[in-house]
Ligand binder design. Structure first.
Ligand code: 5GP
Ligand code: ZN
Length: 112
């Protein structure tokens, strides 16, 4: 996707603090962290949001959670706990239209 911010980050046309990369996924530190650990994990495939997922994405999304687990372990968050969040659409405050899983941790997280 030509004008997608996260597609540009994947292609390294824009800088980011890369945490993880493989053939299908890319993970980087959020520019405006709300917790000591705040990582965005994204598929390299441009999918706008959870609303756009189809049955053909089943395997990719399953793999996404295994990547999240791997990163959480590397960040030493599996013992203390962490949160995985997808914001979907306006009410949830989704601002970037490229599917991204927030991994939050490193402190006791509040729920609101
Ligand atoms: P959303 O609100 O759509 O769920 O999350 C988008 C996230 O992307 C926000 O937490 C925001 O701080 C982060 N973000 C927006 N632009 C950039 C950027 O250019 N670089 C990085 N690393 N994060 C960004
Ligand atoms: Zn994109």
């Amino acid at each position: 996707m030509k004008d997608c911010l996260f597609c540009k980050i994947i292609k390294k046309e824009l800088p980011s603090k890369i945490v993880y990369e493989d053939d299908n996924f890319f993970a980087f530190n959020d520019i405006n962290p709300v917790a000591p650990i705040h990582i965005l994990i994204i598929p390299k495939k441009h999918i706008p949001s959870v609303n756009s997922l189809t049955a053909s994405d089943k395997e990719l999304i399953g793999e996404l959670f295994l990547v999240a687990q791997k990163i959480a372990r590397a960040e030493k968050a599996t013992e203390t706990g962490y949160r995985l969040t997808f914001n979907v659409g306006e009410n949830a405050g989704q601002t970037v239209e490229h599917l991204h899983l927030h991994l939050l941790g490193g402190k006791k997280l509040l729920w609101s």
